[in-house]
Design a protein around this ligand. Structure first.
Ligand SMILES: NC(=O)C1=CN([C@@H]2O[C@H](COP(=O)(O)OP(=O)(O)OC[C@H]3O[C@@H](n4cnc5c(N)ncnc54)[C@H](O)[C@@H]3O)[C@@H](O)[C@H]2O)C=CC1
Ligand SMILES: O=C(O)C1=N[C@H](C(=O)O)C[C@H](O)C1
Length: 271
């Protein structure tokens, strides 16, 4: 019989945090080992299951990462950039796998994960679903096959509570398109158009963000040419999709060498 893996969840009261907690409770090879929220949050000191409106789990929500990680083999973290950097240091200190779903991190913030990743496994992805990760491969391939006569536009739609744009997924897709074209995304990225922008620059990769209602997450990669358009699309209709991907990453990371990994590694799709 395989031993059950203890999982700690940061931002456990959040949309993804609660979804993750439910998926861990239902998972045959895992159990909840810690629940972390920000200082001052109502849930601190409460039983996690009861705080979620269900039965007691025996896990008391804490704002102390070291305490929350003490009985865990992995922490799953869908919070905010500054919090995630602090959790990376605490996870490395505890010697546990850190699965990061947080988006909106700057290049400088991502660089700060290098030190903890030299001591522990970090798996980070702007989208944990199989479909989106497959879509990055398709995007790279189509971008490599077409020249700049085809304008690449990435359109993403999310719920009205999302705080970052473009989405982490849109940026993953943009990186894949740029890689296919053999250019650096930073050199060709065009987002936030407004006013007299001038004509579209040939070779740019454009981003548009829609925010509304309860949209879980939708992404189009459009290749617009003269007289024809190719559109690659992914629609997420249930957040449990991302949670299940994160759980898979937490299991995959057990016993791996320290380092930074992504979902293509977890899914066996990296080349
Ligand atoms: N990679 C992926 O597949 C996915 C990534 N996301 C990303 O996950 C993040 C969270 O998304 P949601 O759950 O929708 O947001 P949310 O706002 O519902 O939840 C975030 C939670 O983090 C908590 N938090 C913030 N700072 C904290 C700290 N210092 N310590 C402990 N907890 C802290 C908040 O109190 C809140 O409960 C976002 O960056 C989002 O883009 C969301 C879905 C899928
Ligand atoms: O904030 C969200 O909700 C989501 N965030 C991720 C992103 O930024 O791409 C993944 C998913 O689309 C949902």
């Amino acid at each position: 019989m395989t031993q059950s893996i203890g999982i700690a969840i940061t931002g456990v009261s959040g949309r993804m945090g609660q979804m993750l907690a439910r998926e861990v409770i239902a998972h045959p090879e895992m159990h909840l080992a810690g629940g972390i929220e920000r200082s001052g949050h109502d849930w601190i000191g409460q039983d996690l299951g009861e705080a979620m409106g269900g039965t007691a789990t025996g896990v008391i929500v804490t704002d102390n990462a070291a305490e929350g990680f003490a009985n865990a083999k992995a922490v799953i973290d869908f919070t905010a950039p500054v919090a995630t950097i602090a959790f990376a240091a605490a996870a490395a200190e505890a010697g546990i796998v850190h699965v990061i779903g947080t988006t909106g991190m700057t290049a400088d913030e991502i660089a700060q994960l290098k030190a903890p990743a030299s001591r522990a496994v970090i798996v980070r992805a702007g989208n944990m679903s199989l479909g989106v990760n497959l879509l990055t491969l398709l995007t790279r391939k189509v971008a490599a096959a077409l020249d700049e006569d085809f304008d690449i536009e990435i359109i993403e739609s999310h719920h009205n509570q999302k705080v970052d744009a473009p989405s982490g997924t849109a940026l993953m897709l943009g990186e894949a398109a740029a890689e296919g074209r053999g250019v650096a995304l930073a050199e060709v990225s065009d987002s936030g158009r407004d006013g007299i922008t001038g004509a579209r620059k040939r070779g740019d990769i454009g981003f548009s963000a829609i925010r509304g209602g309860d949209i879980v997450g939708e992404h189009d990669v459009m290749f617009a040419g003269a007289g024809e358009r190719i559109v690659l699309r992914h629609i997420a209709s249930d957040r449990s999709l991302f949670a299940r991907g994160a759980l898979k990453a937490a299991l995959w990371g057990q016993g791996r060498d320290a380092g930074e990994y992504d979902m293509l590694d977890v899914l066996g799709l990296s080349d």
